[in-house]
Design a protein around this ligand. Sequence first.
Ligand SMILES: Cc1ncc(COP(=O)(O)O)c(C=O)c1O
Length: 377
Amino acid sequence: MKLFDVYPLNDVTIVKAAGSYVWGDDGTKYLDLYGGHAVISIGHTHPHWVNRIEDQLHKISFYSNSIKIPLQTELATLLGKISGKEDYQLFLCNSGAEANENALKLASFYNGRKKIIAFSKAFHGRTSLALAATDNPLIIAPVNKTDHVIFLPFNDEVALQQAFEEQEIAAVIIEGIQGVGGINVANHSFLRAIRSLCDTHNAVYIADSVQCGYGRSGSFYAHDAAGVSADIYTMAKGMGNGFPVGGISIAPKFVAKHSMLGTTFGGNHLACVAALAVLEVMEKENLMEHATTMGDYLMGELKKMHQIKEVRGVGLMIGIELGDDQKAVKKNLLYKHKIFTGEAKPNVIRLLPALNIGKVEADLFLAAIKEELEAIV
Ligand SMILES: Cc1ncc(COP(=O)(O)O)c(C=O)c1O
């Protein structure tokens, strides 16, 4: 059997990782500013995370949600505290798409409606409704097409207001900072308008925090910098630092009913300890504060490079918009300078490093990109 060939691959095989570095099978050391797509939040193989999982493996790794799993309650309590949502409720699942799927379903259960508002360039995952709310016709199969989703221009308050006047809306789903779309930051006034319109019309505000959440922006949820709370926050990626785990944080007004949501693997013992280890390290190492400091430093230095078209982002979610003649920069960063970065089409370099990246690592990257940009005349 061969692999179903859906991923364009870099010619690198990684066999070892620690902190902000990974090593190839030929011994080459790479600086990782991509974090396997915003997943590595507290650094590769963080000792506390490894110990927590290893310890749990010797006790029990999995049992279904048909028994009490106190680790889930422990996780809900710590997540509530660190995210500042102690009165919210936690449902655990396994991935970002699944988190969004459940959030949308819960919204529809709540108000009995069907219409979802999503935005241009949004990415919410590859399962049915999450995909239908994703603005990329190339990845939407005919069976995923639905007239339940209305796409509006990102950050357009007039269009938003108008949509609420014309239709009965179940939910609005929005990334606080669009990732796949190219690092586009939602305006605070736009998020406040969503909050206010959802309140007026009894619709549900869903904050897709799968990529921009979990402290990456310096706030636990990037959306909260706008000063208003969402009804449901969805999360995954950085939540387990590489262990597959997702979840939704649900406002108190939603009342759970047995069997309303469910999953076999969600909230298993190993996933819970991985997620707990991430939160414990975030708290102990002040990683949200650090994300702000390092993000401000990186963006400040990048903005001095006049060859860059635009630098966008918040905290450690940074987009570097380059011109058509600078397409080789990303490739050269990897193959010449041994630095992994992310990308967004057509020409944005995405930085999604571990939240505890040091200044030494930031400076290595800044020197490398400067050299590459200066080499293009
Ligand atoms: C904002 C956002 N939502 C949802 C997802 C889907 O997450 P997953 O790939 O874990 O299903 C992603 C993945 O890139 C994402 O960036």
